[in-house]
Write a protein that binds this ligand. Structure first.
Ligand code: SAH
Length: 242
């Protein structure tokens, strides 16, 4: 897996350090700097915190062409969506699977622009597509380090490395089981004469909806059925006694 994060002409060393940290926290390590204004710099090291290894290994080159050489996918990031342009635009979430796929086959690059002016049109020409982080239309330019963080985070979420969801220990109960649970509840409601004000089957349907939302597994259905059976049994024995 090779994902290259490229910062074009970053002017604030702090942003370079923050970008290194953002990349490392999400499990990436490849940082390239195209003509950084000041690098290396104490402020970059300070903001990288524990990610100074990423910073130390950062490749510094003179041109964007050198940074994207050999990449099989190049994505430019932009604070503005260039509507009406021929560059297709995606959100980070939409772009993430494409970037990961290309990164698995070769090297995928994500290119970030300089703080004041972003990427130039010539730089965009080198990109296969644009990525725009949806933001307040009246103020949509994020801090460079934070833009890197969001991209790295979305890539992480879309990758296999994302924290796997805990596996269900017991499978969900099939519909037939829920039907049986509802029928059983219907019996109990009738037995204890529990009705809604309107009467009729309405109440049972609402209970069924609650059970549906709860995503009950087989053990939970068994538990509820056990409770209902106990209620009926108890009524029967009390009925016998009276
Ligand atoms: N004034 C510039 C903003 C540059 S911000 C402009 O209008 O483009 C520096 C870099 O951070 C941008 O070049 C881009 O790489 C990234 N960035 C900032 N906000 C972003 C957003 N909403 N979506 C995608 N990238 C963004």
């Amino acid at each position: 897996m090779s994902i290259r994060f490229i910062l074009v002409a970053p002017s604030h060393p702090g942003n370079v350090g923050a970008a290194a940290r953002a990349i490392k926290t999400m499990g990436f390590e490849e940082l390239w700097l195209v003509a950084p204004e000041r690098f290396p710099h104490a402020e970059a090291t300070a903001l990288a915190a524990g990610a100074d290894d990423v910073l130390d290994r950062a490749r510094v080159v003179a041109t964007l062409a050198e940074a994207v050489a050999g990449c099989n996918l190049v994505c430019g990031t932009s604070a503005r969506l260039r509507t009406g342009s021929y560059w297709p635009g995606f959100t980070p979430r939409e772009a993430a699977p494409k970037v990961l796929e290309a990164g698995a086959e070769g090297v995928a690059a994500i290119v970030f622009g300089t703080e004041r002016t972003g990427l130039t049109n010539t730089e965009f020409e080198r990109c296969n597509f644009l990525i725009h982080i949806p933001a307040n239309p009246a103020y949509e330019s994020l801090n460079l380090g934070q833009a890197v963080q969001i991209l790295a985070y979305e890539l992480r979420c879309a990758s296999d490395a994302a924290v796997p969801r805990p596996r269900r220990l017991v499978p969900l109960a099939p519909v037939e089981e829920l039907d049986r649970l509802n029928a059983h509840l219907g019996e109990v409601l009738a037995a204890v004469e529990f009705t809604d004000r309107a009467g009729g089957p309405h109440l049972l349907k609402r209970f069924a909806r609650i059970f549906g939302r709860a995503e009950l597994d087989q053990h939970e259905v068994n538990m509820l059925r056990g409770l209902l059976a106990a209620v009926l049994a108890r009524r029967r024995t009390r009925g016998d006694a009276t």
